[in-house]
Design a protein around this ligand. Structure first.
Ligand code: AMP
Length: 197
């Protein structure tokens, strides 16, 4: 699949925790700045904490647009980011994930935990079965996702993922590389950027 249509909005999945290395939030902050500079809207889970908070703060700080989508009643009010362009409150996690994906031209995963992994794999699955055809990018900060990419290769070798389908995830090493792919008109050319294990 190729597309040259401009990317106006991206959905980013990332940790509600900061992780134990400041590099995770630092790289999210770089990406947030780049999104603002390229006038690309951030759509994300609406939290003010962890990598999520760092990313949203950076976009806002540099004059960008941020839409947070948060399920009513699932997260404490103080966790919801009150300083973003718009915060949409929906009824369920399912509604939220569908809306997040729908509002974005591309999907991006930064380091995170179960929530992030679940969102990544749901989006890959939806792409695989044709629910959407949006490009999916991964920011492999400091090789955070390399063990997961190895496991995906293992899954291919074991015959559970068709060879080639792992390329549904475009792996990048830096926010700059990710932004280059997004904005160069090659967004949607889903080639792996990371050396396979
Ligand atoms: P995790 O990686 O387990 O920290 O989960 C982060 C992902 O799940 C984010 O991309 C969000 O979409 C969602 N999420 C988890 N916790 C929260 C929270 N407190 N507020 C908003 N979204 C959250």
């Amino acid at each position: 699949m190729t597309t040259s249509s401009p990317i106006n909005s991206v959905c980013v999945y990332c940790g509600s925790s900061p992780g134990n290395d400041p590099i995770f939030s630092a790289e999210a902050t770089k990406l947030g700045k780049l999104l603002a500079e390229h006038n690309i809207q951030l759509v994300y889970g609406g939290a003010s904490i962890g990598v999520m908070g760092a990313l949203a703060n950076a976009v806002m700080k540099h004059g960008g647009r941020v839409t947070g989508i948060i399920p009513h009643g699932l997260f404490k009010r103080e966790v919801a980011h009150q300083g973003i362009t718009s915060l949409l409150v929906v009824d369920s996690m399912h509604e939220r994930k569908a809306l997040m994906a729908q509002m974005a031209d591309a999907l991006i995963t930064l380091p995170g935990g179960f929530g992030t992994l679940e969102e990544l794999f749901e989006m890959v699955t939806w792409n695989q079965i044709g629910i959407h055809n949006k490009p999916i990018y991964m920011l492999n900060t400091m090789g955070f996702y390399t063990p997961l990419l190895s496991f995906i290769e293992h899954t291919v070798k074991s015959g559970f993922i068709k060879d080639g389908q792992q390329q549904l995830i475009s792996v990048t090493k830096t926010p700059e590389e990710l932004m280059h792919l997004l904005t160069s008109g090659t967004a949607g050319v889903q080639t792996p950027q990371e050396v396979r294990p």
